[in-house]
Ligand binder design. Structure first.
Ligand SMILES: Cc1cc2nc3c(=O)[nH]c(=O)nc-3n(C[C@H](O)[C@H](O)[C@H](O)COP(=O)(O)OP(=O)(O)OC[C@H]3O[C@@H](n4cnc5c(N)ncnc54)[C@H](O)[C@@H]3O)c2cc1C
Length: 457
């Protein structure tokens, strides 16, 4: 008899887990209280990239007049004033519908049972959920908890919760504000700062750390800060918003240096949080905090003999591709095909202009681990393809072990950095040395030629 598996959540962790387990012969039931696709498809990765794409097109309009006959500036200016936020949102929603519909089809083909309801633990093997008027019980051999995360909105912002946006519901903002204050200069805050300013919004970013992107290499953050400032974004780093209040239509923030910041809208983008209260994991003997479930084996994703976890709920990474790999690893291990997860080889990207990406160890992280490192760097200023695109601000920085030459990590700022980074993920996965990477021939002219350039140094 095939094993019975429950997957709680159909986000980027849950749906690949369900599909992998079904392929391996398990009888799978997915519980999903919201739309299929989780945060990523409905209010995360995909909607934000759709908005960023629209924003880039408006940047291109600003730039187009220099390739046109005199007077074209007025035409470009007219187009900019005709921006339709409704149409931008409609395209974003259409993309989401297409992708979530695709998951539904895949589930159907794989004969996966979907329970469109919130699941809770009754005991370690039993889940219950309200289906229609009835509360039904379901018994399983194995369970994967892939319940994801929600926006973190701590004090002082919680007191005006209904009047501000967070990193999930910002996509529903009905109109573009004139002035937007973004709290948090992490990846989501920076992507929104970039896209909103390209759409003509006056943006301020408040970040309590001394710089943007506190978890990424400083040189990437510096470049991004310069570019955001060039776009007119006001960066208030090293400052904390200590109070938030409403005055009629206006929202007013008090910052830690005593100054006030006024905005039409506020976006709180300071992180994600796990709330498992209604899942009742304690009934299965599972402990949790705001950061996620406790006691997860980071390689196998096992929490208890028959319970596994995947995605944001593990607290290992807050990225969709990490979630998907974790889901697949959990499903394989449950179905008797051993597989391990390696959090060190998860690439990350920021979809600003230029795009930023990194994988493996940064120079700073490698040095903190006491490694003797060699750093090879090339600037896009010398890259033909980047120059043809007026995108020569970036760089590629390759970190390797000084003695063995083993590749340790890479960070880059370049057009299509989010695509180029996969080259390095493959190289790291394969355990390449920089000497081996040096043998690769890159087509000319491409941005990735900068890799060969860096390695030649
Ligand atoms: C604005 C924004 C932009 C982002 N951009 C990127 C990006 O560009 N790249 C990237 O890699 N990551 C990005 N992320 C992060 C990415 O979206 C998450 O890491 C990813 O969605 C996590 O997947 P998950 O399956 O763990 O959780 P989720 O996507 O949160 O899915 C969990 C699902 O579980 C369901 N659920 C929860 N509890 C229950 C229950 N008890 N019963 C039934 N169902 C339940 C929820 O309804 C949800 O659908 C972004 C996030 C945000 C907010």
């Amino acid at each position: 008899m095939s094993l019975k598996l429950a997957v709680i959540g159909a986000g980027p962790a849950g749906y690949p887990a369900a599909l992998a387990a079904a392929r391996l012969g398990a009888q799978v039931t997915v519980f999903e209280k919201g739309p299929l696709g989780g945060v990523c498809l409905n209010c995360g990765c995909i909607p934000s990239k759709s908005l960023l794409d629209a924003a880039h097109r408006f940047d291109a309009i600003r730039d187009i007049a220099r390739f046109c006959q005199d007077g074209a500036e007025t035409t470009a200016q007219t187009l900019l004033t005709q921006l339709s936020w409704e149409k931008i949102q409609a395209r974003q929603q259409a993309v989401t519908r297409k992708l979530t519909g695709g998951i539904g089809m895949l589930f159907k083909q794989a004969k996966i049972n979907v329970v469109a309801a919130e699941a809770s633990f009754k005991d370690p093997h039993t889940l219950y959920a309200q289906v229609g008027e009835e509360i039904k019980e379901f018994v399983f051999d194995y369970i994967i908890v892939a319940a994801g995360s929600t926006a973190f909105v701590p004090p002082p912002f919680d007191k005006i919760r209904g009047h501000i946006y967070d990193n999930s519901n910002i996509f529903q903002i009905p109109r573009l504000p004139k002035k937007l204050a973004i709290i948090g200069g992490g990846v989501i805050g920076c992507e929104f700062a970039a896209l909103m300013s390209s759409l003509g919004v006056n943006v301020s970013v408040v970040e309590m750390q001394p710089r943007l992107l506190p978890t990424m290499e400083e040189s990437l953050a510096r470049l991004l800060s310069q570019n955001l400032q060039k776009k007119g974004v006001r960066l208030l780093v090293g400052k904390q918003a200590v109070d938030a209040r409403l005055e009629k239509e206006r929202k007013i923030l008090t910052l830690s240096d005593g100054t006030e910041l006024e905005a039409d809208d506020i976006l709180v983008a300071i992180g994600r949080s796990c709330d498992l209260t209604s899942l009742h994991p304690e009934n299965a003997g599972l402990a949790w905090t705001r950061k996620g479930l406790q006691g997860i084996n980071p390689q196998t994703l096992q929490v208890k003999e028959h319970i596994y976890a995947a995605g944001d709920i593990t607290g290992l990474s807050l990225l969709a591709h990490a979630a998907s790999r974790q889901g697949e690893v959990a499903a394989h291990n449950i179905c008797g095909v051993p597989m391990t997860y390696n959090n060190d080889l998860i690439p990350s990207a920021v979809y600003t202009s230029p795009e930023l990406a990194s994988v493996g160890l940064t120079r700073t992280q490698a040095q903190q681990r006491g490694l003797n490192v060699k750093v090879q760097k090339a600037f896009m200023l010398a890259n033909g393809r980047a120059l043809t695109q007026d995108a020569a601000e970036g760089f590629v920085e390759i970190v390797s072990h000084a003695e063995s030459g083993k590749l340790l990590g890479v960070c880059l700022a370049a057009p299509n950095a989010s695509e180029i980074i996969s080259l390095f993920t493959v190289a790291l996965e394969a355990g390449f040395t920089v000497q081996q990477l040096r043998r690769v021939v890159f087509p000319h002219p491409t941005v990735s030629e900068a890799v060969a350039d860096a390695l030649a140094r």
